[in-house]
Write a protein that binds this ligand. Structure first.
Ligand SMILES: CC(C)(COP(=O)(O)OP(=O)(O)OC[C@H]1O[C@@H](n2cnc3c(N)ncnc32)[C@H](O)[C@@H]1OP(=O)(O)O)[C@@H](O)C(=O)NCCC(=O)NCCS
Length: 208
């Protein structure tokens, strides 16, 4: 039984609709699928992450990267179809009429394999929003996205000492195994064939 994702309700499936979410400190947020117009917001998120969060997300020193490279990478990461090769769910906070991305989870199939059964997951939440339940909600929505993309297996890569992130993925309750080698842990998670309703958005109602 997947306590985190059942029962299925279309209104709380980010692949059908934007989903409202109230953080533990009562901040009102919204989860939705990423759009190509989110590129500048991804760039802003990256610039606001602490060095530790960048390191844990990207597994490499992310300081002193040329601005043009960050802009190009953000454009690539935002320009996905949420269906074949890559998809992402973002959490946004409203700042007046502007939206700020405060967290993102991404699913990417191996390059050149748009029909692969496996995809890699990567998540980051802006430091000022961590510990508020945002990461847990992003992962719950990642499961809907994985179903939407017909992904059968999810792999997430962590620094081996990133116990908090490993625990976060474990909380999903998916059958998983964790392999650790040379300071890196890989968690392989199987999507259930059953356990919650088959993804069933009414396509006419999709608002994103
Ligand atoms: C891992 C990460 C995504 C978690 O996001 P988050 O929004 O903090 O997650 P949640 O708020 O849902 O918290 C997860 C758990 O950690 C606890 N926690 C997290 N930060 C905390 C804090 N600052 N103070 C107290 N508790 C905290 C929460 O209580 C929660 O436990 P619970 O659900 O059992 O209560 C976030 O820390 C992050 O972006 N880290 C850097 C990137 C990374 O490590 N990515 C993973 C590899 S791709």
């Amino acid at each position: 039984m997947l306590a985190q994702i059942a029962p299925y309700r279309e209104s709380s499936d980010v692949t059908c609709n934007p989903v409202p979410f109230t953080a533990r400190d009562r901040r009102a947020l919204t989860l939705r699928l990423i759009r190509s117009s989110d590129a500048p917001r991804l760039e802003q998120l990256f610039s606001q992450l602490s060095p530790e969060s960048r390191w844990r997300r990207f597994h490499a020193p992310a300081e002193n990267i040329a601005a043009e490279r960050i802009t190009a990478q953000a454009a690539l990461m935002a320009d996905v179809d949420n269906r074949t090769h890559e998809g992402a769910v973002v959490v946004v906070a409203k700042e007046g009429v502007e939206e700020q991305i405060v967290g993102v989870v991404r699913l990417a199939r191996p390059s050149g394999f748009p029909m692969a059964e496996e995809a890699e997951a990567a998540i980051v939440v802006l430091d000022a929003y961590q510990g508020q339940g945002v990461g847990s909600e992003l992962l719950r929505q990642m499961i809907h996205l994985a179903r939407h993309m017909h992904i059968k297996r999810i792999v997430a890569v962590f620094q081996a000492d990133n116990a908090e992130a490993i625990r976060l993925f474990r909380k999903l309750g998916l059958p998983s195994k964790l392999l650790t080698s040379h300071g890196t842990s890989e968690m392989f998670m199987e999507m259930p064939a059953t356990g919650y309703e088959t993804h069933s958005c009414n396509q006419e109602n999709i608002r994103w």
